[in-house]
Design a protein around this ligand. Structure first.
Ligand SMILES: Nc1ncnc2c1ncn2[C@@H]1O[C@H](COP(=O)(O)OP(=O)(O)OP(=O)(O)O)[C@@H](O)[C@H]1O
Ligand SMILES: [Zn+2]
Length: 481
C-alpha cells in the first residue's frame, strides 16, 4: 500500500501521489524567530523530519523547505500591533536582524540536538521582499487587492474559496471577530499584503506603494512557490495555522493564478496542564532547558510516541517512561551490533521471520498517515523476538541483516540513533574495549578473592550509569538499568 496522508483539504486519508514521480516538495511553516523555542515548537519539525526520511527511504528525492519569519509577524497575529521581532529588539537593545539571527540559531541548535535534519532551503522573509512585492502587485492587477494609505489589503469578499481549508466561513469570523476594524480596510476580514511603515518602524523597504514591510501571510505563498513550484506536493504546519494563515496563503497564491499545495498536513498541539504550550500565555517548557537536562533523543522518542494529529499532554512521568523505553531500544541495537561482531557465519530462521515482520509492520504503520507510535511498537516487538532468539546464538548473516534493518528504520527513518548517541553508549570500539579491560581486571580480582577491588570497579561503573551483569558467558555491560 502506498503512503496514505490525512489531507486537511479533503478531511480524509488519501493515497499520496507526487506531482512528479520520484520527487517530493515539502513546505513547513517555520518559526517566527523572536524567542527561545519551547517543547511545542519541536513537534512539527520532528514529525515532518520523519515524513521526509520515510519518503527518502521509499525511494523519493525530497526537497524540504522550511521558512524563517523574521519580519511582518505582528504581535496580535492580525494586522495591528508591533512586529514581534522588532518588539524583542527594543527589549534586548539589539538590531531586529540580530534578534532574528540569535533566535534562528537557537532554533537550529535545538533541532540539531533533536536529530532533525536541516531543511534543504530555509528562506527568510526579509530576504524575499521583491518576491512578495511581485505577488502583491499581481493580486492588485487581478482585482483581488487594493491600496489604502500606502498599505495593500487582500479583498476577501472577491475570493469565494476563502475558508475551504479550515472550513471556517467568513461569517464565522465576522461573528467572533476579535480583529479590530481598520478604517482603511473595505471589510474587516481583509488582511494586509503590505503595510505602510510608521516613522519608528525599523524594518522597512521601498515599494510601489511607499516604504513599508510585507504582511505575515504573503511570505509563505511567495517562497513556497519560488522554491517548490506550482501545485507542489505537501504543505505542513501547526493546527493553529489553518486559519487564518494557511487560508490566506491559499487565497494569495490561487487568486494570483497559481496552483498551490495539493496535500495539507497539520500537527496537533503539545499541551501543558491541559492547555496549549504557548509563549504568549507563559505556559511552556523551554526546549533548551529540557535538552540540557535530558538526552535530546529521549525527547524526540517521547514526541514520536503519539500520533501527530492527536494532542500530547506533556508530563514529566511521560518523559521518564519514554527514557526507559528508549534505553530498551538503544541497548537492543547495541547488543545486535556487538553480536554481529562476535557471531560465526550462519542464519537463524526465527530471527529472519522477525526481521520480515518488523519491515512490513513498520512500513504499514508509517504508510498509515505516519503512525510513528505503531512504528515504535514494531521495533519493540522485534526486540522481544531478538531477545528470545539470543540463547540460540543466531548466526552472523542474520544478525547483520537485523543490524542493517534496525539501523535503517530506527536511525534512518525515525532518527533515534544518531552517531553521537551511539558513540556515547557504544563508545565505539575504544570505550567498549576499555570497559571490557576493566571487567577483565575485575574478574581477575575476584579470582584472587580481592573483593574490595572487584566491588570498587563494579560500583564505579554503576555510578557512571552502566549496569554490569554476570552471565554464563562472562560479564556484560549496558547503559542504564
Ligand atoms: N504547543 C504547541 N504544540 C505544537 N505546535 C506548536 C505549539 N505552539 C506553537 N506551535 C507551532 O510552532 C510554530 C510557531 O508558533 P509561534 O511562534 O506562534 O509559537 P507560540 O508559542 O504559539 O507563540 P504565541 O503563544 O505567541 O502565539 C507554529 O507552527 C505553531 O503551530
Ligand atoms: Zn506559513
Amino acid at each position: 500500500m502506498p503512503l496514505q496522508i490525512y489531507n486537511t483539504l479533503t478531511r480524509q486519508k488519501e493515497p499520496f501521489v507526487p506531482g512528479t514521480p520520484g520527487y517530493v516538495g515539502i513546505y513547513f511553516c517555520g518559526p517566527t524567530v523572536y524567542g527561545d523555542p519551547h517543547l511545542g515548537h519541536a513537534r512539527g519539525p520532528i514529525t515532518y523530519d520523519v515524513l521526509r526520511r520515510w519518503l527518502e527511504h521509499t525511494g523519493h528525492k525530497v526537497r524540504f523547505v522550511s521558512n524563517i519569519t523574521d519580519v511582518g509577524h505582528l504581535v496580535d497575529d492580525a494586522d495591528e500591533g508591533e512586529d514581534k521581532v522588532q518588539k524583542r529588539a527594543k527589549l534586548e537593545r539589539l538590531e531586529p536582524m540580530e534578534v532574528a539571527e540569535k533566535y534562528m540559531w537557537a532554533y537550529f541548535d535545538d533541532m540539531n540536538d533533536l536529530n532533525v535534519r536541516r531543511p534543504d532551503i530555509a528562506p527568510r522573509a526579509a530576504g524575499h521582499v521583491p518576491e512578495q512585492i511581485d505577488l502583491t502587485q499581481r493580486l492588485l492587477e487581478r482585482g483581488y487587492a487594493y491600496v489604502r494609505g500606502g498599505s495593500v489589503y487582500f479583498r476577501v469578499r472577491a475570493w469565494p474559496g476563502f475558508g475551504k481549508l479550515s472550513n471556517r466561513q467568513v461569517e464565522d469570523q465576522e461573528a467572533g471577530a476579535r480583529v479590530e476594524v481598520r478604517e482603511e480596510k473595505e471589510d474587516p476580514r481583509d488582511f494586509a499584503l503590505w503595510k505602510s511603515a510608521d516613522p519608528e518602524h525599523i524594518m522597512r523597504w521601498k515599494s510601489p506603494w511607499g516604504e513599508g514591510y510585507p504582511g505575515w501571510h504573503i511570505e509563505c505563498s511567495a517562497m513556497s512557490l519560488k522554491y517548490l513550484g506550482e501545485g507542489f506536493d505537501i504543505h505542513t504546519g501547526g493546527i493553529d495555522l489553518q486559519f487564518p494563515h494557511h487560508e490566506a496563503e491559499i487565497a494569495q497564491a490561487e487568486a494570483a493564478g497559481y496552483k498551490f499545495a495539493r496535500y495539507w498536513m497539520h500537527h496537533n498541539h503539545v499541551l501543558l496542564g491541559g492547555e496549549k504550550m504557548a509563549k504568549s500565555t507563559g505556559n511552556f517548557v523551554v526546549l533548551r532547558d529540557l535538552l540540557s537536562r535530558h538526552e535530546p533523543i529521549t525527547v524526540r522518542f517521547y514526541l514520536l510516541g503519539s500520533h501527530y494529529r492527536s494532542v500530547l499532554d506533556f508530563t514529566w512521568e511521560g518523559l521518564e517512561s519514554a527514557k526507559q523505553g528508549y534505553m530498551r531500544l538503544l541497548n537492543a541495537y547495541r547488543e545486535i551490533r556487538r553480536q554481529v561482531a562476535e557471531a560465526p557465519a550462519g542464519r537463524h530462521a526465527g530471527l529472519e521471520r522477525a526481521i520480515d515482520a518488523l519491515e512490513s509492520r513498520f512500513a504499514a504503520a508509517l504508510d498509515d498517515d505516519l503512525n510513528t507510535a505503531q512504528a515504535l511498537a514494531a521495533l519493540f516487538e522485534f526486540v522481544t523476538e531478538f531477545n528470545k532468539a539470543l540463547p540460540d546464538k543466531p548466526g552472523r548473516d542474520t544478525l547483520a541483516r537485523a543490524e542493517a534493518v534496525f539501523g535503517q528504520l530506527g536511525e534512518g527513518v525515525l532518527g533515534l540513533f544518531p552517531k553521537r548517541v551511539l558513540e556515547a553508549s557504544l563508545g565505539g570500539d575504544l570505550l567498549d574495549g576499555l570497559i571490557k579491560l576493566l571487567l577483565e581486571i575485575r574478574e581477575e580480582a575476584r579470582r584472587e578473592r580481592n573483593f574490595a577491588l572487584s566491588d570498587q570497579i563494579r560500583n564505579r561503573l554503576t555510578e557512571l550509569g552502566l549496569t554490569v551483569e554476570d552471565t554464563r558467558e562472562g560479564p556484560k555491560w549496558k547503559v542504564g538499568v
